[in-house]
Ligand binder design. Structure first.
Ligand SMILES: [Fe+2]
Ligand SMILES: [Fe+2]
Length: 283
């Protein structure tokens, strides 16, 4: 096996995706499926249901009555919040691993990923759009490839850094040059292996290079790119590569967020991040 094949093969070391998450994501992607259809699937998973209900009944949501079923939770909290509680819980473990190749301590990648996920929604709302339910998943998983590529980046860090510093490569282009594959492509391969919807795979694959997406799923790809750039601005979980990416000028032009908008988004992010941390503690 050559180096790329060995790297791609190491995807198998990741824990398998729970079947229930897979089914729920398939339904999210089906425009004909209703929120009730998705709840119908999740409710058969005892573990996830009890965790979601625990969070719903926590002091954070301050609901006036006890919630006993996912159907009730859906009515009171809405579909997106319900999915977010479930996704955060499911991916918290794997995204919390330390990624030393990127100089990310335990928990740092998770914090960056969840910041990006939350920002996709905050930005969509600021642009007066109803957030697509796939956005949060795309934001949460966009850097998943780092979990697998970290060891290879660590081994070849000097060569990657050299291309970035001396020849002006972006970090992702330098990964590709040195290792033959980059963390965005590897993340997309993981998402493919897990049979994620094509829109989420595209958002992960092109989160640093939206101009290469050929216009497919442009809204999801563009917002994930923008949210990642904004998440990097906070410095949370930016890692050793965080400063070596550029925003796509066309997307920046298209969404036209002013400095004031960005500031407001980041204030909102801070509140929401605290909420998510509270959910995880409860669960
Ligand atoms: Fe990335
Ligand atoms: Fe990122």
């Amino acid at each position: 096996m050559n180096r790329i094949e060995v790297i791609v093969h190491s995807i198998d070391q990741l824990p398998p995706l729970p079947a229930i998450i897979h089914q729920a994501l398939q339904r999210i992607n089906d425009p004909k499926a209703s929120a009730q259809d998705v709840v119908e699937i999740i409710q058969y998973d005892q573990g996830i249901t009890s965790q979601v209900l625990k969070v719903c009944n926590s002091a954070y949501f301050n609901l006036r009555r006890q919630v006993h079923s996912l159907r009730e939770a859906l009515v009171l909290l809405g579909f997106n919040t319900l999915m977010q509680i479930m996704l955060n819980k499911s991916f918290h473990g794997v995204l919390s691993r330390s990624c030393q190749g990127y100089d990310l301590d335990t928990g740092a990648l998770w914090k960056h990923s969840v910041s990006c996920a939350i920002l996709t929604e905050i930005i969509a709302r600021r642009l007066q759009q109803e957030p697509d339910s796939r956005l949060f998943t795309a934001g949460l998983l966009h850097d998943m490839g780092k979990v697998v590529l970290s060891a290879n980046v660590r081994e070849t860090f000097a060569a990657i850094k050299n291309l970035v510093r001396e020849q002006g490569y972006s970090f992702v282009a330098a990964e590709r040059e040195v290792l033959g594959i980059d963390h965005a492509e590897l993340g997309a391969l993981i998402a493919e292996k897990w049979k994620f919807p094509p829109a989420i795979i595209a958002a992960v694959r092109y989160h640093h290079t939206p101009w290469l997406s050929g216009g497919d799923y442009s809204e999801l790809v563009g917002l994930t790119h923008l949210a990642n750039c904004m998440a990097l601005l906070t410095g949370i979980g930016g890692g050793s590569d965080g400063l070596y990416y550029a925003g796509d000028p066309e997307i920046m032009e298209q969404y036209r967020l002013r400095e004031k908008d960005v500031e407001k988004c980041l204030v909102q992010l801070n509140d929401r991040l605290q909420a998510v941390e509270a959910w995880l503690e409860v669960a």
